[in-house]
Design a protein around this ligand. Structure first.
Ligand code: CAA
Length: 309
């Protein structure tokens, strides 16, 4: 890694709680979210190692990051192409890749996971890394719906474990939800808040509750739209237009579902409906189940509620 600075400094807040300055980040998972977080971290001066077990996914992620950064450069440095090129080069130099998380966590301040939404897989990952990562390293999960407390339970660093939940597309969405469990230390929480700020994001915090703030409100809203469509109350096109033009949302609920991924949405809703079988808010949707069963996950598979070229 090009550089590694780990030091404890005083936060600026009046509480003057100490926090770790996160400079060196390991991101596990080279999918849309992992690559998006890597892009933002690298372009804000962090040394990033993006890890995935699949080398092709990593190559695709790096290509995507470069392509997206070029878009940014074109806009931000329209009058200064040389400065733009320098920004691009620096950001790309900050990104390295690896297929072996255990071998790269030695010099890292933060391990952030954005892998499959499966509790056991996440617990196994962190349980293994807990044995090899330095003591000061903070672990965080980008889970959309699982409990941070449950994920952290496979480690012996409950005080250095939290949630950092980003939104898709990460370079554009300005929010990060920062989650502290009942065991997360103030120092860890402040370090995660400070890191989010360094990424240029606005952070909000909430308890380690299902879906945190955004997904807890967003998913029931989307599912209610799907139920309106199932009942024939309105077409999906009209419901999308209504929410865009009536509420100023950038996407209607069906467009957003296809963008987020119907498989992801179903996974989240299945977990909640299993935990709350009597709550109609989390009831199963036939249409959603059918589309997912047919492999129609949305934009990423070429078809979901809508078809994509
Ligand atoms: N990297 C950098 N810039 C990007 C980018 C990327 N990956 N993707 C888009 N952009 C930029 C574009 O360059 C463009 O910038 P300018 O306006 O300055 O030119 C801007 O973002 C808009 O992009 P586009 O013109 O390509 O497309 P658009 O105007 O239709 O916007 C959108 C696309 C930003 C996705 C917009 O439709 C939107 O905000 N949709 C809602 C997304 C949303 O709600 N996300 C949250 C999902 S929930 C979630 O993620 C949580 C979970 O756990 C499930």
């Amino acid at each position: 890694m090009a550089f590694f600075t780990h030091h404890i400094c005083r936060g600026l807040s009046s509480s003057a709680v100490r926090h770790v300055v996160i400079k060196n980040v390991t991101i596990i998972g080279g999918g849309q979210m992992g690559a998006g977080i890597a892009q933002v971290a690298a372009s804000t001066g962090h040394a990033v190692t993006l890890v995935d077990t699949n080398e092709d996914i990593l190559k695709k992620a790096v290509k995507g990051i470069e392509g997206n950064l070029k878009r940014v450069v074109k806009k931000k440095f329209a009058d200064k192409p040389e400065a733009g090129e320098e920004f691009l080069q620096k950001a790309m130099q900050n990104v390295s890749i690896s297929t072996d998380a255990g071998s790269v966590v030695q010099g890292t301040d933060l391990v952030l996971e954005a892998i499959v939404e499966n509790l056991k897989v996440k617990q196994d990952l962190f349980g293994g890394l807990d044995k090899v990562a330095p003591a000061h390293t903070i672990f965080a999960s980008n889970t959309s719906s699982l409990s941070i407390t449950d994920i952290a339970s496979s480690t012996n660093r409950l005080d250095r474990f939290g949630g950092l939940h980003f939104f898709n597309p990460v370079p554009v969405m300005r929010l990060v939800e920062v989650i502290a469990t009942s065991s997360t230390s103030q120092e860890t929480f402040d370090s995660l808040l400070n890191f989010s700020k360094m990424l240029g994001k606005t952070s909000v915090s909430c308890k380690d509750t299902p879906g945190f703030i955004v997904n807890r409100l967003l998913l029931p809203y989307i599912l209610d739209a799907v139920r309106m469509y199932e009942r024939g109350d309105g077409s999906k096109e009209d419901i999308d237009i209504a929410m865009k033009l009536g509420c100023g949302y950038p996407m209607g609920p069906f467009e957003l579902s296809d963008y987020v991924g119907l498989d992801t949405m179903k996974f989240i809703m299945d977990g909640w409906s299993a935990a709350n079988p009597d709550n109609p808010m989390f009831a199963q949707s036939e249409v959603l189940n059918k589309l997912v069963a047919e492999g129609k996950f949305g934009k990423k598979t070429g078809e979901g509620f809508y078809k994509y070229k």
